[in-house]
Write a protein that binds this ligand. Structure first.
Ligand SMILES: [Zn+2]
Ligand SMILES: [Zn+2]
Ligand SMILES: [Zn+2]
Length: 284
């Protein structure tokens, strides 16, 4: 598999366009890898992780067409990960011809949020879009649950519970193909014990893990701080969940708590992890 990071920032983007903090000003001056769009990722050219607000910009900026996306898996329904208008952008309603029919896998909470946001005629029936609506959008919709395993074409995907926010149900994804395994884990605070239990037996080749509140001293229960990130890295290692040569990437950075890219790289290097940036491709 090839993982492409389409965005690596938390909900405000990095820099936050409205912010004059030192991290934002230095990111503006530095440009390049310091500039982060809101989080999403692509596996190969056909599996999209999150239907976020910046995927169209990322596609253009990093030369990553989304024309072959046939599966989209949704972590949760927060706005920095889910922009319903994207459904139009890839549909025949916007004169997009020949796109694959996209299977959209999401928890019912996200489905309930996304479809009605498209307009009154997109009201759901028993929580699901009608067949006619799916045809108009060139999609199929598949509700998924916590701790479920399902197939998305050639990918075997397992969901586990994130600890995130009470108003949503947030999923972390284990994605397997051809004997290789990716663990995509944002947005989350400390993993619940039931999540650790469900992860037992997996050996990850690549992990993309939440590093939102990098330099906070106090812990968060919605995201990971750098300190919590490193504790998770240690436990992943101790539990034997990292394959030989596994690479662990920090991801989903907020501007007020993380320095510009090169300083993050130096920090990660001291602790045995790498720093994702927008447009980064990782061969798994
Ligand atoms: Zn987020
Ligand atoms: Zn800032
Ligand atoms: Zn979130």
């Amino acid at each position: 598999m090839v993982l492409t990071f389409l965005g690596t920032a938390a909900s405000e983007g990095f820099p936050d366009a409205f912010c004059r903090c030192d991290n934002c000003e230095r990111a503006r001056r530095g440009g390049g890898r310091n500039l982060r769009l809101r989080s999403a990722a692509l596996v190969n050219d056909d599996l999209l992780i999150d239907f976020g607000p910046d995927i169209l910009a990322a596609s253009a900026l990093y030369g990553v067409p989304l024309t072959n996306v046939a599966y989209c898996i949704q972590t949760h329904d927060h706005e920095d990960h889910l922009t319903p208008h994207n459904f139009f952008a890839r549909s025949p309603m916007c004169k997009v011809e020949g796109a694959p029919r996209m299977r959209y896998f999401a928890h019912r909470k996200a489905i309930t949020r996304a479809m009605p946001a498209l307009g009154n005629e997109f009201a759901l029936i028993d929580g699901m879009p009608s067949a006619e609506l799916c045809d108009r959008l060139n999609i199929d919709v598949a509700p998924i649950e916590l701790f479920q395993q399902f197939m998305a074409g050639p990918y075997t995907i397992t969901t586990v519970r994130a600890q995130h926010a009470p108003e949503t149900v947030a999923l972390l994804f284990v994605i397997e193909r051809d004997g290789r395994t990716l663990f995509y884990a944002t947005d989350t605070g400390d993993f619940p014990e039931e999540t650790w239990a469900a992860l037992r037996g997996f050996r990850f080749d690549v992990v993309a893990l939440d590093h939102t509140f990098g330099d906070w001293e106090r812990s968060s229960n919605a995201h990971l701080t750098g300190h919590q990130f490193r504790a998770h890295l240690k436990r992943l290692r101790e539990e034997g969940m990292l394959a030989e040569g596994a690479r662990v990437y920090a991801h989903h950075f907020v501007h007020h708590s993380n320095p510009p890219h090169e300083e993050l790289v130096a920090l990660g290097a001291r602790h045995g992890y790498e720093i994702a940036y927008d447009g980064l491709r990782v061969w798994i």
